[in-house]
Design a protein around this ligand. Structure first.
Ligand SMILES: CC(C)(COP(=O)(O)OP(=O)(O)OC[C@H]1O[C@@H](n2cnc3c(N)ncnc32)[C@H](O)[C@@H]1OP(=O)(O)O)[C@@H](O)C(=O)NCCC(=O)NCCS
Length: 294
């Protein structure tokens, strides 16, 4: 990775990756599957079932609650515990509380104190499907900070750290059309759309994706270079686009998925460079494609 000045916070010794996990869910061989040298620091590991770490856990929930309150999707404490802490792993970056800047400390006003303060959270959960995990939540404190105080790349790097640390080969996830998180989610690998219209979710305009992880592409999020050759080599435009603000278009896309006309994919470059409220080109694999690992 070319470390730009904007990423200098990653070299601050008072900021470390963290893993908040119960003993039974600890990752046996962290960082073995994907080759990246982005996370040389030993992570802080907190036992998520221990009372002594409860205030750290409360601070994780605190950030999430602030960031999601406007969309009415903040996790109640029982969802955090039953659906995240128990089945999965919570990861992200944390800063030594005594070194927090004033704007960051202000975010936590009212939250219980602890030696380290989480700045982000990423919660992947393994599924019954072989190799597939589900990204249950991604939140960065950047969503709550003025521009000048943000930790550039914190959201992207938190998810990258979690995928790397937990050796996740395939990651599904859910997000809402138009969300600024879509460019992030699509930069971890091959980004396939599983649902375009999802009425059983609280928001029918939710898209579900499955991302086959390819760590060699991650840097492109920062370099913003044009499409990686592998994408142009292996994917081609389909005969339709999806209009993310048109429910009929989402249902049309959903129909095509259900009729097994896909699988369908998005180009990370398109999502990083275009207005997410404008129609998005949909791709398929080229018939001659050898698979992205080839
Ligand atoms: C979405 C989220 C995780 C992104 O994390 P982040 O730390 O803000 O983003 P990063 O610093 O990693 O990424 C930086 C890039 O994303 C862009 N970005 C991040 N949030 C954005 C927003 N709300 N609107 C527009 N662009 C945004 C930045 O402009 C920057 O792009 P640039 O390199 O072209 O300047 C964070 O904003 C967040 O927690 N949001 C609230 C919760 C949420 O929506 N989570 C996603 C659920 S699926």
């Amino acid at each position: 990775m070319t470390w730009t000045k904007k990423l200098s916070w990653m070299k601050n010794e008072n900021i470390r990756p963290y893993v908040f996990v119960r003993d039974a869910n600890k990752i046996a061989y962290p960082g073995r599957l994907h080759w990246v040298d982005w996370f040389p620091q030993d992570p802080l590991v907190f036992d998520s079932l221990s009372l002594k770490n409860a205030s750290f856990g409360k601070r994780i929930s605190w950030i999430e609650a602030q960031a999601f309150k406007d969309s009415d999707m903040a996790m109640p404490g029982w969802v955090f515990y039953d659906c995240a802490v128990m089945p999965g792993v919570v990861m992200g970056f944390a800063q030594r509380t005594s070194t927090l800047s004033e704007p960051v400390a202000e975010v936590f006003e009212g939250a219980p104190d602890c030696e380290w303060t989480p700045l982000s959270l990423f919660i992947p959960i393994p599924t019954l499907s072989q190799n597939e995990w589900v990204a249950h939540n991604l939140t960065s404190i950047n969503a709550l900070l003025p521009k000048k105080d943000k930790f550039y790349g914190l959201g992207f790097l938190s998810k990258a750290f979690g995928i790397w640390y937990a050796n996740i080969p395939v990651l599904c996830g859910m997000t809402q059309w138009g969300s600024p998180s879509i460019p992030l989610h699509s930069h971890y690998g091959v980004f396939e759309i599983l649902t375009a219209y999802t009425p059983i979710h609280s928001y029918a305009q939710t898209l579900t994706y499955r991302c086959t992880i390819k760590a060699s592409l991650w840097e492109q999020f920062f370099t913003k270079s044009k499409a990686a050759p592998f994408f142009a080599d292996q994917f081609e435009l389909s005969d339709f686009q999806v209009d993310p603000i048109d429910e009929v278009s989402l249902q049309h896309f959903q129909g095509k998925i259900e009729k097994k006309e896909g699988p369908f994919y998005f180009s990370p470059t398109d999502l990083r460079t275009q207005n997410l409220k404008k129609p998005i080109p949909v791709y398929r694999r080229k018939p001659t494609g050898q698979g992205f690992l080839a």
